[in-house]
Design a protein around this ligand. Structure first.
Ligand SMILES: Cc1cc2nc3c(=O)[nH]c(=O)nc-3n(C[C@H](O)[C@H](O)[C@H](O)COP(=O)(O)OP(=O)(O)OC[C@H]3O[C@@H](n4cnc5c(N)ncnc54)[C@H](O)[C@@H]3O)c2cc1C
Length: 601
């Protein structure tokens, strides 16, 4: 049976030392996030996830969700009880606004909890996770009446939320959606259509489910410009604010899928269900994007989460399993064989995982801080800067984070040899669960196009230039130093590769847009590599200062420096190879016609 212990020490390092959350005490909500409070959230939240959620992960995977004859869905044994405990402890309310019953703490702490929940039990985490996304959309675009009706109960997790975009014939290309919203004449709409793959679409853990649904009003343009957003509760809310009459939305079936078995992925049939428009007519996609951007960061975090839990189990296995001898001579001559931990190839996989997870955690939590700053920074300029930076980083966190998270999870399975392939060890579940994060919330191919087609060019390239400037300044400050200098020089080379790739796009994508499409995935990975390298340089700086200050936790900071060196040695060089692939352009990729792909003679 696999186990999970929340990485509280590393998280405290990032929150308290790297991000220095306490230094933002002048911003709303941050004044409550003293180091005592953040440490308590990290330690107690970690304990809850390790003790309550992690033990349900493997059994939940084995049992899965069950759709009953009446269309209701039963979650695996223990899930409802765990969700009650989660709700009673208020874990879902950490970063939600106080006016709707939240605790108003920084998003950073909400993200800390998201990582722990998702490592402990990704399928469970999606129920409150989707609720958070729906809350963001209602806060941004809902009417006052809608906010008052839905938000307090969603914030408290008495009610959960969903997002309904996908239909059988359209996923990425939402302009094609067919779900109709016909005015009832009383301000409400009759929603009719079929949505598929709706996560947490039906279940037994909350009193009501608040669906946010994309649909088209009569005569709306037949494109993304004709999409509106509707709120459609499973139970219509009565005059007292409680769940009343059953609405016309039913779960037609649940998908049998590769992973996240304990999350119900539903076909939802809307049959004249009563809904109300959220925001303006035909502006639904923009409203849904608010939800999706929040969700994309959460999905990027899932890449980290599965890598982390798989890594923890692989380390334990590598220290325990004995096969062969160390290349440099027996490490444990008394025993018949050495632990596999001594083999450089095993160490390569473990170090890759360590360097990725710690770097990615720093990036995700910094991303969460940027989300806070977009709302709470003191000046308009600072808010705009944070907004541009997180907009640029979101596809990288989602796309690179989940590609790499999946790769790490499979490498950790590899550490187990054949036992990794056997279900009872649990490594297969981590790989299967990690896989979905590359697909939903916009596939990683779509993330890459969002980064290269929209974000790079946005406002004349202002965001990417700000990124280059910020990384460049940290490199300049570190260069020449004995410890940090070599790290900074390595990062400078990788940054140069990214700048050259950006320039290549500028010179070659306009004349042939396929050049952009052909290189977008590579670019997203180059940027991921550079961004994590930047995080490692920043972490190394903090570690070096702690060591120079005579810290008592020398081993922790020395490990940070060693891992930073490993990252620069082993991750950064890939940026150069990826740039060369990108600069090969689209010609050979798009050269063949359909007939060349046919295998039959
Ligand atoms: C377990 C699970 C849970 C999900 N949860 C939800 C949910 O809660 N709510 C919801 O609405 N949806 C949900 N989805 C749907 C998910 O978001 C879609 O599957 C995803 O967006 C891709 O859409 P698609 O499956 O139709 O693939 P398609 O859009 O058909 O894409 C197929 C392939 O073509 C590529 N492609 C398509 N268009 C382009 C393009 N323009 N440029 C480059 N490449 C392109 C894609 O990257 C992909 O590789 C879920 C899916 C799964 C499997």
């Amino acid at each position: 049976m696999p186990s999970y212990t929340a990485p509280t020490r590393d998280t405290r390092f990032i929150v308290n030392e790297l991000l220095d959350l306490a230094s933002y005490g002048n911003l709303p909500g941050f004044e409550m996030a003293s180091t005592d409070v953040t440490d308590a959230v990290i330690n107690e939240g970690g304990k809850f996830c390790s003790e309550v959620l992690a033990p349900l992960n493997l059994p939940g995977d084995q049992e899965g969700c069950t759709r009953n004859e009446d269309g209701s869905v039963t979650t695996p044994k223990g899930f409802k009880d765990a969700f009650d405990k989660f709700r009673e402890a208020g874990w879902g309310t950490l970063a939600q606004p106080e006016e709707f019953g939240g605790q108003g703490l920084p998003h950073v702490l909400g993200f800390v909890m998201e990582e722990f929940i998702s490592s402990a039990n990704q399928a469970f985490g999606m129920y409150p996770g989707l609720t958070n996304g729906a809350i963001s959309a209602l806060i941004a675009k809902g009417s006052q009446e809608q906010k008052e009706m839905y938000l307090p109960k969603m914030v408290s997790n008495e009610w959960t939320g969903t997002m309904n975009l996908t239909e059988p014939h359209c996923g990425t290309d939402l302009g094609m959606i067919r779900t109709k919203a016909v005015p009832n004449g009383d301000g409400s709409y009759a929603i009719t259509g079929t949505k598929i793959f709706i996560s947490a679409g039906e279940h037994d853990m909350s009193d009501n489910i608040i669906h946010l649904v994309l649909a088209k009003t009569p005569g709306a343009p037949d494109s993304t410009k004709g999409i509106s957003l509707f709120v459609v509760p499973k139970f219509l809310v009565d005059e007292d604010g409680n769940p009343g009459e059953r609405n016309g939305v039913m779960c037609g079936s649940i998908e049998h899928k590769m992973g996240i078995h304990a999350n119900s992925t539903c076909v939802l049939n809307y049959d004249g269900a009563t809904g109300w428009m959220v925001g303006e007519e035909n502006k639904g996609l923009a409203a849904m994007f608010i939800m999706m951007n929040a969700a994309r960061l959460g999905v990027g975090m899932q890449g980290l989460s599965q890598a982390e839990v798989a890594y923890q189990n692989a380390v334990a296995y590598a220290l325990d399993r004995r096969q062969g001898r160390a290349l440099t001579g027996p490490a444990d001559p008394e025993a018949q064989a050495d632990p596999i931990f001594v083999h450089p190839d095993v160490r390569r996989m473990l170090m890759d995982a360590k360097a990725f997870t710690e770097g990615m955690r720093a990036l995700c939590l910094w991303g969460a801080l940027l989300v806070d700053l977009t709302h709470k920074a003191q000046t308009e300029e600072e808010r705009a800067e944070a907004d541009a930076m997180i907009g640029l980083l979101t596809p990288v966190i989602k796309g690179y984070g989940t590609d790499k998270g999946y790769e790490v999870a499979t490498n950790m399975q590899q550490v187990f040899g054949g036992h990794g392939y056997i279900e009872e060890w649990g490594m297969s579940q981590f790989v299967r669960d990690a896989r979905i994060a590359q697909i939903y919330e916009g596939t990683n191919g779509v993330q890459a196009m969002d980064l290269c087609g929209r974000k790079l060019a946005s406002k004349g390239g202002a965001a990417i230039q700000a990124f280059f400037k910020a990384v460049g300044e940290d490199i300049a400050a570190a260069k020449g130093g004995e410890e940090l200098g070599p790290l900074a020089e390595a990062l400078e080379k990788a940054l140069g590769q990214q700048q050259a790739a950006t320039m290549w796009f500028m010179n070659n994508a306009m004349q042939n847009p396929n050049n952009l499409g052909a290189g977008a995935h590579h670019y997203m990975h180059i940027m991921g590599i550079v961004t994590l390298g930047w995080m490692w340089l920043r972490m190394a700086k903090v570690a070096q200062a702690a060591l120079a200050g005579g810290t008592e936790d020398k081993a922790f900071y020395e490990a940070k420096l060693a891992t930073a060196r490993y990252y620069m040695d082993r991750f950064l060089p890939d940026a150069g190879a990826l740039r060369r692939k990108l600069e090969a352009g689209s010609e050979s990729m798009m050269a063949l016609g359909e007939e060349a792909f046919a295998t039959a003679a």
